[in-house]
Design a protein around this ligand. Structure first.
Ligand code: SAM
Length: 280
């Protein structure tokens, strides 16, 4: 038994090290600042963050939710597997004139005591931890009774969910036990993960509209240069030019399918916001 646990821990640490390296590729903070900055404030508002709250932003990246949460006057800890993202986060917080505490941490083993936070948030973050139940258990554990858990995640049918499905055949198979992130974008899945430890679950689907890219090809060029998970997939097939061309074609077609613009590319990227109260 001890031997098995040791091997699992080693495998998990290796997996997390790969994830940390993947999110450090490219320039994820550019995505957060240039393309999806509206998501953090949406989550902060939906979660009812107020001055004086103790808030944990799980998988916070460069502070998309943590910084607007701190702007309400809350005491915010931004936690992430990839501390390389914190430098941009610190500069972002300084520009906004707010204080955020940045701490490295795995969403599946949060380094905090039970019942520590009034609000536990995650903005398209916890969905990237591979073991969903373990991560959900941690969100609930560190939230105080009566506190709020607020989650914002890409849906499987929306643009980002479909982007991951499109890349899947070109990527190595996921490790045993790892679940697809966009499952967190389905209400039933999140309800099942949180279980009867929470009440007052509210879920709603919304979309982020982006008109930042001139064409589907321009979106792909940008995403290939900044977005770690995509850069990693392309690196894995770099010695197979036919596959690279196929993936370019498939991702461009995906963006074209979602494009409803006339003069430039305009896409709606669907996400699910869930808030829930930890049972007292
Ligand atoms: C799409 S980014 C979202 C970052 C930020 N919340 C935002 O809205 O911009 C996903 C984040 O999840 C983090 N992450 C991935 N796996 C994680 C894990 N197991 N524990 C904690 N953070 C993780 C990555 O380092 C990355 O910062």
């Amino acid at each position: 038994m001890i031997m098995t646990a040791t091997i699992d821990m080693t495998a998990d640490q290796a997996l997390k090290a790969r994830h940390r390296a993947m999110w450090a590729l490219g320039d994820y903070p550019a995505v957060a600042i240039e393309v999806i900055p509206d998501l953090g404030p949406v989550l902060v508002e939906a979660s009812g963050v107020r001055a004086g709250d103790r808030v944990l932003d799980v998988a916070a990246g460069s502070g998309n939710a943590a910084v607007p949460a701190a702007a309400t006057g809350a005491h915010v800890v931004a936690s992430d597997l990839t501390p390389g993202l914190f430098e941009v986060g610190r500069a972002f917080a300084a520009r906004q004139g707010v204080q955020v505490t940045w701490e490295e941490g795995d969403a599946e083993a949060l380094p905090y005591a039970d019942d520590t936070f009034d609000r536990v948030l995650s903005c398209i973050g916890v969905m990237f931890a591979p073991h969903h139940q373990q991560a959900a258990d941690e969100l609930v554990r560190v939230c105080r009774p009566g506190g709020t858990i607020g989650l914002l995640n890409w849906t499987p049918a929306g643009f980002a969910g479909q982007m991951f499905s499109t890349m899947k055949p070109y990527a190595p198979p996921p490790p045993p036990g790892a679940q697809p992130g966009p499952l967190w974008g389905t209400e039933d899945h999140v309800r099942a993960l949180l279980g009867d430890r929470v009440t007052d679950v509210v879920a709603r689907r919304q979309s982020l509209t982006t008109a930042r890219f001139r064409t589907p090809e321009a979106w792909l060029d940008y995403w290939k240069s900044v977005y770690g998970p995509m850069i990693a997939v392309y690196r894995g097939i770099a010695d197979q030019p036919d596959k690279v061309a196929d993936l370019d074609r498939d991702l461009t077609a995906l963006a074209a399918r979602f494009d409803h613009g006339t003069e430039a590319t305009v896409m709606d990227w669907e996400y699910l916001v869930v808030t829930a109260r930890k049972r007292s």
